[in-house]
Design a protein around this ligand. Structure first.
Ligand code: F0G
Length: 476
């Protein structure tokens, strides 16, 4: 519980840790930020980190280690085969997730690659609550496709449903009835659901998906990359599980599925990834691909030092004070933005605070790169780097993204409340000057297929005019 009531009224999230190692940050002047944006092609991903004041592009690999993790880093066994660090991590997986077999890989998308190569064949269909880009890509490279079954409540940016990541169980059952079982290698569950604003899926819904999968004899696959937020939301939003410990909820989640994978860049506060299961045949099948593409199966492309960090990170994750920090900061941001009229995805989810660029930049057209323009404008007026989730990064094969969001990720244990207050203040200033945000276009419109790191160009000098207005406010 990191929320503290204030004597003066209201409550604030209080960090349940103190800082022992720091890295200085600096805010470069607004004119230098314009130059940096030019060099980055107006894409926040292309900025250098020393040009960024507060980095909210992602929570991936950017979470702060605990002192116990930093200590563990130095006791790694770097043996090529059979390293002690691997066996300790495999024991931790058995203890916490109850899965017998563990395969390390270098990051989350490598898990997806290994699993797709192991199980997906031409023409296969993989049901999922919502797609994640790296997973969908790995599946399509193997000739398959993902099919989404998110309930309608998840596809809207507003509302107050606590579990917007839930599957539409009826639609899923209809699909399972009508589709030959051999075309469905597994049913995927993403907890929490990244691309709809880090929204959680409920335990009851996961259990219902799992029961259906058993009925139709299909395996279940759980992406636990964002599970630490999801577990926190189950504990705080699900009446039936309020009195359960984090450890009990985690085990209930893990027991509901056959195969688990995760990005250790998120779950475990480290840099790596892992695949876990109980079925020995599945393990041997996936292991063959791991040793071919990632590394010998007891390190799988991970540094043993990072495996030690990940193991201790799993222990850290079993502590509600640790896993509540990100969501409580995000909730604080969301509620402060709501008070100021700034449009955000509600209710507050995990991973980060998501600005609704469609409403923020309603004066721009659907094809004007509302989210990318907003992310660039935020950087101009604050030095804060968010990430656009819209036309340029989402489903590039479609000309219109389902919604345009700017994610202000809250890497865990990295920023303090004063950083968060600064972000809220500058985004609010921008909202009050939102009419000055202009459109973007691909720099090279002759190219048919674009990637999210391709350069964009503003349609006119709106960024410079915004910078001048910001200077007049004398906030720096
Ligand atoms: N699954 C989910 C739900 C994710 O959010 C990510 C990564 C992955 C899989 C892939 O993991 O990056 O270690 O290869 N999300 C990052 C993000 C990229 O910024 O949200 P990875």
């Amino acid at each position: 519980m990191s929320k503290m009531k204030l004597y003066s009224g209201g409550e604030i999230p209080v960090e349940m840790h103190r800082v022992s190692i720091v890295r200085p940050i600096k805010l470069i002047p607004v004119d230098a930020r314009l130059k940096a944006l030019d060099a980055a092609g107006n894409c926040s991903y292309n900025l250098r980190s020393d040009e960024v004041f507060i980095d909210m592009v992602t929570d991936s690999g950017f979470n702060a280690m605990s002192d116990a993790q930093a200590g563990a880093f130095h006791v790694a066994d770097f043996a090529y085969a059979g390293s002690d660090s691997y066996y300790k991590m495999a024991d931790k997986i058995r203890e916490i997730l109850g899965k017998e077999y563990f395969l390390p890989v270098h990051q989350g998308r490598a898990c997806e690659n290994m699993l797709a190569k192991s199980f997906v064949k031409q023409g296969d269909l993989i049901p999922t609550n919502f797609h994640f880009c790296t997973f969908a890509t790995q599946v399509s490279l193997c000739g398959g496709a993902v099919v989404e079954f998110l309930q309608d409540k998840g596809i809207v940016t507003g509302g107050d449903d606590g579990f917007k990541g839930d599957y539409d169980i009826e639609k899923l059952e209809k699909f399972l009835k009508e589709t030959p079982g051999e075309r469905i290698p597994f049913i995927r569950i993403e907890a929490g659901t990244n691309l709809i604003g880090g929204q959680p899926i409920s335990m009851d819904n996961i259990l219902a998906v799992s029961a259906l999968a058993k009925k139709y004899g299909i395996k279940t696959l759980l992406d636990m990359s964002l599970a630490m937020d999801n577990i926190h939301f189950i504990k705080t939003r699900d009446e039936k599980r309020r009195n359960k410990s984090v450890r009990e909820i985690t085990r209930e989640l893990a027991d509901a599925v056959d195969i688990i994978y995760f990005s250790g860049r998120k779950l475990g506060f480290a840099r790596g990834g892992g695949i876990c299961m109980n079925d020995r045949d599945d393990f041997i099948r996936v292991r063959g691909f791991v040793s071919c593409f990632e590394g010998f199966p007891t390190f799988g492309g991970m540094s043993s030092a990072e495996m030690e960090v990940m193991r201790v990170g799993f222990d850290d994750t079993m502590n509600e004070d640790v896993i509540s920090q990100g969501p409580d900061f995000i909730e604080y941001m969301v509620s402060e933005f709501i008070k100021r009229g700034v449009p955000v995805v509600t209710p507050a989810g995990g991973l980060g605070c998501h600005l609704d660029a469609d409403r923020f930049c309603a004066h721009l057209g659907k094809k004007d790169f509302r989210a990318a323009a907003l992310a660039a404008a935020i950087y101009v007026v604050s030095g804060v780097r968010g990430m656009e989730r819209g036309l340029s990064s989402e489903k590039p094969e479609e000309s219109i993204a389902p919604f345009e969001l700017v994610r202000l990720a809250v890497p865990r244990r990295v920023y303090t409340l004063s950083h968060i207050m600064y972000v809220i203040d500058r985004v609010t200033w921008l909202y009050e000057h939102r009419d000055m945000i202009g459109a973007m276009r691909w720099e090279d419109e002759s190219v048919e297929e674009h990637s999210f790191i391709d350069f964009l160009r503003p349609v006119d000098d709106w960024r410079e005019r915004l910078a001048e207005e910001y200077k007049r406010a004398e906030l720096e």
